[in-house]
Design a binder for this molecule. Structure first.
Ligand SMILES: [Zn+2]
Length: 118
């Protein structure tokens, strides 16, 4: 083995060690992120605490706090009711389109093949 080869090996191991260091740093960082996630909102979980917030959800339109099991998730206000129905209708339209558009594309691909074969 000549000195040039030895030098290349040294550089190679150094690069590998650097990479290992970076991976170790990433692991530490991701663990830190996990522990932060576990802390949640930081609000007390006990109902006896003065800062306790009962489980609830918010009206999808005006974000007023409403009951957790409320379905549909709106506050019951007339304006919110109309807006919610509007959004639901639009959502359904989009859902239909999501299925219809690929179906049309598939048909456009298959139809010429079938017609040519006939
Ligand atoms: Zn509302």
């Amino acid at each position: 083995m000549n000195s040039k080869e030895l030098g290349l090996r040294l550089v190679d191991t150094m690069a590998k060690e650097k990479l290992a260091d970076q991976i170790r740093a990433n692991v530490v960082r991701s663990k830190e992120g996990e522990s932060k996630k576990k802390q949640g909102t930081g609000l007390p979980k006990s109902p006896n605490s003065s800062a306790y917030v009962a489980p609830h959800r918010h009206c999808t339109i005006c974000h007023t706090p409403i009951k957790l099991k409320r379905d549909p998730p709106i506050c019951g206000d007339g304006g919110c009711n109309d807006e919610y129905e509007n959004r639901e209708r639009q959502r359904k339209r989009w859902n239909i389109l999501l299925y219809v558009a690929p179906a049309i594309m598939v048909l456009a691909l298959i139809l010429p093949i079938v017609l040519n074969a006939a």
